[in-house]
Design a protein around this ligand. Structure first.
Ligand SMILES: N[C@@H](CCC(=O)N[C@@H](CS)C(=O)NCC(=O)O)C(=O)O
Length: 243
């Protein structure tokens, strides 16, 4: 993952050369990682500009009114929202196509992404709520994991894409990478081991070169997570200054 310093309020926007594809990112953002996975898998030349999301540069808000990463920019074109960015990249750079041709499979994958958004929100709730409020989110999480398990089993292959990685794999992976990191340091109250196909998938995904190249440094990620929980996200861990 890129490590350059994030740009904050008051900074000047780095000049974008004509014809260069830029992705505005944040080193620990799972949504931005989706776009980076697609860019890397497809060998699409690009540069990364990291954004301080707590103190956003004014110029970033002019490019994306939602002020979120990922945001893509090339010449006079701006694209934002991770699933839209990924789809856009897959269409504009059609080599190594990641999206299935069949409209029903496309629809089915999009529905899985919708269910997944709910899973992400329940997971975040569970991580941040006091123990007595956890059971409700936990039950929802387990239901969704069962859903992903049967969806994966129906694909007849190790991946959501079947025998090879497809877009859906990249859209889901960043959160599982984080779950695996969390699972080593905090009790999660659920175990991926209970979902054999999913568990196998989490073991296969890191074999994909794009997944390896975009992988998080667990230590840096946990430091970032700690700083976020403390209300002062450190987008630039580890500190390179002497401070
Ligand atoms: N729906 C968006 C979500 C992206 C998102 O929430 N990114 C976070 C960083 S992980 C962000 O930019 N947060 C800044 C904010 O919401 O102000 C997508 O799929 O791209």
């Amino acid at each position: 993952m890129p490590t350059q310093q994030s740009f904050a309020t008051g900074s000047a926007c780095p000049e974008l050369e004509a014809g260069t594809l830029r992705v505005y990112s944040m080193r620990f953002c799972p949504y931005a990682q989706r776009a980076l996975l697609v860019l890397t898998y497809k060998n699409i030349p690009h540069e990364v500009v990291n954004i301080n999301l707590k103190n956003k540069p004014e110029w970033f808000l002019q490019k994306n009114p939602l002020g979120r990463v990922p945001t893509l920019e090339k010449d006079d074109r701006i694209v934002y929202e991770s699933a839209i960015c990924c789809d856009y990249l897959d269409q504009v750079y059609p080599d190594n196509k990641l999206t299935p041709d069949d409209p029903y499979r496309q629809a089915r994958d999009k529905m899985t992404v919708e269910v997944f958004s709910q899973f992400v929100s329940d997971f975040q709730k569970m991580m941040s709520s006091p123990p007595q409020e956890k059971p409700e989110s936990l039950q929802k999480i387990k239901n969704n994991l069962c859903e992903f398990e049967s969806s994966l089993t129906a694909r007849q292959g190790a991946y959501f894409g079947g025998n090879a990685v497809q877009m859906l794999d990249f859209l889901l992976w960043p959160w599982f990478e984080r779950i695996l990191i969390f699972a080593k340091v905090v009790p999660l109250t659920f175990s991926l081991e209970d979902y054999p196909a999913l568990c196998e998938w989490t073991k296969k995904m890191p074999e994909c070169p794009a997944v390896q190249k975009c992988r998080l440094d667990p230590q840096q990620f946990l430091e970032f997570y700690k700083s976020t929980k403390a209300g002062a996200p450190d987008y630039d861990v580890p500190k390179t200054s002497q401070s």
